[in-house]
Design a protein around this ligand. Structure first.
Ligand code: DX5
Ligand code: ZN
Length: 217
């Protein structure tokens, strides 16, 4: 089995020492840097926005994987692309014109992702799956780091994998929320390609080591 893509979530980093945290990720086995944007409307929390993303990008040697937990993402996609995003995920639940949103992201040259909340059925993505580079399966309710992993995610990964294979698509499956050393293996066995981990990485005593362990789970 291929090794997973590891995308530590900068949301759990020490914001007063962002440069150091990004440099730690540069030196680690992390593949991408997951950047969580929250608007206080789509989700009940506010994280940070475009200038902080630019500041992260100024030091990052790894691609920025931007997760937009915001309403009307189409108004901000271009700004996040300019701020350094390599991939941009919008929420299914925030996009009545999802196909258009995906084309907008791709036209900028970014990988196009769709994030879905725990209650959203993966089947809803079937008609657009060939246009999606990454499906970000939320394994917690978006808005906060450090929450408990929702077990139903395994079944969703398996179901999504079938949809992707059935369509002959190359979509990657990303898992976001509550990922740790205990559930990582089972997620990969179910078909996950990308693991996002916030607290588990940054709150550990040796984040670099934790990243290496996740990569080799
Ligand atoms: C949740 C965010 C996640 C979060 C993951 O709203 O989308 O990316 O940072 O954090 P942990 O790994 O702590 O659940
Ligand atoms: Zn996220």
């Amino acid at each position: 089995m291929d090794k997973p893509i590891i995308a530590p979530s900068i949301l759990a980093a020490d914001f007063a020492n962002l440069q150091q945290e990004v440099e730690m990720l540069n030196e680690s086995d992390a593949d991408w840097i997951h950047v969580d944007i929250m608007d206080g409307i789509f989700v009940p929390n506010i994280s940070f926005g475009i200038p902080v993303t630019e500041a992260i990008n100024a030091h990052a040697k790894k691609p920025l994987d931007v997760h937009l937990m915001i309403e009307k993402p189409e108004n901000y996609v271009e700004a996040f692309h300019k701020a350094g995003a390599a991939s941009i995920s919008v929420h299914y639940e925030a996009c009545p014109h999802l196909h258009r949103n995906l084309q907008q992201i791709k036209n900028l040259g970014c990988k196009a992702g769709v994030a879905i909340n725990p209650h959203t059925n993966v089947q809803l993505l079937e008609d657009v799956i060939r246009d999606i580079d990454i499906v970000c399966l939320m394994s917690v309710n978006p808005g906060f780091g450090g929450q408990k992993f929702i077990e139903n995610t395994y079944a969703k990964v398996r179901q999504l994998k079938k949809i992707i294979a059935g369509a002959g698509a190359h979509t990657l499956i990303e898992i976001d929320g509550g990922v740790n050393q205990q559930n990582a293996k089972q997620l990969l066995d179910a078909g996950a390609d990308i693991l996002v981990a916030g607290s588990f990485v940054f709150k550990s005593s040796d984040p670099k080591d934790t990243i290496t362990n996740l990569k080799n789970v």
